[in-house]
Ligand binder design. Sequence first.
Ligand SMILES: *Cc1c(COP(=O)(O)O)cnc(C)c1O
Length: 436
Amino acid sequence: MRPKIKQSNYNMAQSINTKCVQAGYTPGNGEPRQIPIVQSTTFKYNTSEDMGKLFDLEASGYFYTRLQNPTNDYVAAKLAALEGGAAAMLTSSGQAANFFALFNICECGSHIVASSSIYGGTFNLISVTMAKMGISVTFVSPTASEEELNAAFQPNTRAMFGETIANPALTVLDIEKFAKVAHQNGVPLIVDNTFPTPVNCRPIEWGADIVTHSTTKYMDGHGACVGGAIIDSGKFDWMAHADKFPGLCTPDESYHGITYAEKFGKEGAFITKCTAQLMRDFGCIQAPQHAFILNLGLESLHVRMPRHVENGQAVAEFLASHPKVEKVNYSGLPTDPYYSIAQKYMPNGGCGVVSFVIKGGRAGAEAFMKKLKLAAIETHVADARTCCLNPATSTHRQMSEEQLEAAGIPAGLVRISCGLEDKADLIADLKQALED
Ligand SMILES: *Cc1c(COP(=O)(O)O)cnc(C)c1O
């Protein structure tokens, strides 16, 4: 049941560019150059004894694709290499990745401290759905002081959570500060690193313990497949906080009394438990076909991200100088409140997503978007084609102007995800759409 593919035997010294292209899969003599798609639900064994060893987590190998598949493991190994982690797994979506990452160490009665500036889907997951499982949350401002962060912790807190660059607020997380407070309180920091990707930021290098992704975004990069991933740094010492993490530090009766943190150590415990228990019971596995397509995206991630950043920066600068634009949120602008922190964590830029407030509120945004020719109206971000969204007339249309304002989403706010087109064409499109 443990992955056959050793996830940590990559060359740490290699550049992220080389890892994007080659990490995770090294074919042997005469084997396929490209990652094979193992299109099989099940795997054959010669004896029941052989299979028994897999079920006991005694031997490495595969038995059923609901839990694990070699194609997924090749791609997960690449993601572990990219983030500098010890082990990784793919999930069917980013939502499943964040749920699994949290639920692997939380149970009924646990508590989470989370940044309030996170993706709406994750906010609902934690504040509504996980609340029904008896898991409570305290939301904190991403700009809270150490004292304020510490004050949010309770004896039953089991994890701290935030997004490197939040979708859609575009706030930037002070990863070192959050990691310090999490560790002072004996819990891991989980960081959703979807927007910058490991090409622009590697949270584990700044103290994060577990990294999650919606691979649906830049990693796939072409709007082709929904997917997610969890990468474990292998650094958090579960046994040092055994009272908080009984799931990792006491015997699992559903696996013949195995204690994950003892048997698989710091490097293997989290991902092995997440696979053996949560994948077994919830089955949110990524299809091997999707893992293959995801890998095609990863092979060019290091080439695409700088272009997304270049286009995002150019569009943000153009919008900031336009008289019809009230405000621009983009951490690459020196006037942005997150500029200096973004320079620290992402010196090569963050991502291609920009948001701005257009004069004239909801009607102004609607009129502007109707005129766009290149930028398509979509509930999506982070792929090759530029797209945009006005929350007030789409995802948040049930809210009044006052409610929108209170939520920090003014009616005239437009989120634009800059794709890989030529920046001059993108700016020309925005310019004509902003004309009267
Ligand atoms: C999109 C997104 C998610 C959810 O991912 P899905 O793949 O759509 O399930 C989670 N976190 C962030 C930051 C996202 O942008």
